[in-house]
Write a protein that binds this ligand. Sequence first.
Ligand code: 5GP
Ligand code: ZN
Length: 136
Amino acid sequence: MSECIFCEILAGRAPCHRVYEDDLVLGFMDAFPVAPGHTLVIPKQHAENLFEIDADSLAGVSRVSRKLALGIRKALDPDGVMVMQLNGAAAGQTVFHYHAHLIPRAQGSTLSLHPRIPGHAEELENWASKIRFALD
Ligand code: 5GP
Ligand code: ZN
């Protein structure tokens, strides 16, 4: 049992709504979405933050972020997609396994970063399946 929730997800011991997976990276829905379609991209190799992550994992997260942003755009048609990545508690990081947020944005919408309102499983899976279907 790892103390890292994202390592638990990677090991299949904690649930998630998967969008994409390859040998280096996993993409899945944020359990507390700040916008419809809020997706996380993580390296399979545990690294706390940008200061710790290895170059191949970082390149993998970057490549998959673009792939999933294209899928999100096709599936959900947002006005924009925000990529956000926090390093250290002082920067607002709350899960200490490197991750990039892909946050679909609507024109004029405001954003509350850690609302801690859980998404409904059905809704999360609906977004995940739409994005999965839209991936090239
Ligand atoms: P941070 O604040 O560290 O940049 O973002 C951590 C993100 O992980 C938050 O947006 C939070 O909602 C999400 N999160 C925390 N615990 C879980 C979990 O168990 N499952 C999933 N899918 N997301 C989580
Ligand atoms: Zn981890």
